[in-house]
Write a new protein. Structure first.
Length: 280
């Protein structure tokens, strides 16, 4: 159930502390600019832009900031030219990571990402070394209070979705990339607002971590990458989650076993804090 940890991370983002708000606004502005450049500045015809603008408003990003980001993308006002780059690497314990970057200086971005890996016991990998373990798909997380499972399945499957997963308090919809816009439009027509809608890397090969010290190193590397201004997203093979959850205590032979209940789910700072408290 790859949306479990992502769902809780998304909800926690709504209550993010002021110290992190600047980073969130910066990330959203870059993504909005890129979405507007790729698909035009109209949210009615650009599903990705519409989703990002909704996400920005939910994060209390000022309307003027959103407008400027769109105008930079459409060329109405001058702005920095951003480039999207995907880096691959390994965290301690052989856990694969995909790091998505949006930057105006790829040399700086590459150096900072490499330094984060090197300083935290990881190493960069060649293109394709890690990504073969992931599938890029459309991922929508929808509160169960908005629509019933049967009605949602009928709606999104007709629009091209591959699967609908019931995770109790929310549904996760997975789709091919080509069906993302159609599903977004179908949801909008029914006034259904996803808590999250994006193209995500979903891990197909969970990697267990059987040592508490290694688990802490993995978390520290994720923290270091997340702190970089150019890093937009990161995806982890074992998608550290808590029970459905949560940390799973393994036998005394291995200490703590961090297993992917949610392969590919990203881990927010609050999740990592919860995780650390439970590690010996």
């Amino acid at each position: 159930m790859s949306g479990h940890s992502k769902w809780h991370t998304t909800k926690r983002h709504k209550a993010v502390i002021d110290a992190k708000r600047g980073k969130i606004f910066s990330v959203l502005a870059k993504e909005i600019t890129l979405a507007a450049r790729a698909g035009g500045g109209s949210p009615e015809s650009n599903a990705r832009l519409r989703t990002l603008m909704d996400k920005a408003r939910a994060s209390n990003m000022p309307s003027d900031n959103i407008k400027r980001a769109v105008q930079k993308g459409t060329g109405e006002i001058p702005g920095v030219i951003y480039e999207e780059i995907v880096y691959e690497g390994y965290a301690p314990g052989g856990v694969g990571l995909i790091v998505e970057v949006t930057t105006d200086n790829k040399n700086r971005a590459a150096a900072e990402v490499r330094q984060a890996f090197n300083d935290n016991g990881g190493n960069m990998a060649q293109t394709g070394a890690v990504s073969h373990s992931f599938l890029k798909k459309g991922q929508f997380l929808i509160g169960a209070s908005q629509i019933g499972e049967d009605a949602l399945m009928e709606l999104v499957l007709e629009a091209g979705a591959e699967d609908v997963i019931n995770n109790g308090d929310h549904f996760e919809v997975l789709s091919p990339i080509a069906a993302f816009d159609a599903i977004s439009k179908a949801l909008q027509e029914k006034s259904i607002k996803p808590e999250s809608a994006e193209l995500a890397y979903i891990s197909s090969i969970p990697v267990p971590v059987g040592d508490a010290a290694v688990a802490k190193q993995v978390l520290e590397l994720i923290d270091a990458l997340e702190s970089l201004d150019d890093v937009i997203e990161q995806h982890c093979e074992q998608g550290i989650t808590l029970a459905a959850g949560e940390i799973l205590n393994a036998s005394s032979e291995t200490g703590v076993h961090i297993e992917s209940v949610a392969p590919g789910a990203r881990v927010g700072a609050d999740d990592r804090m919860d995780l650390r408290r439970q590690l010996p």
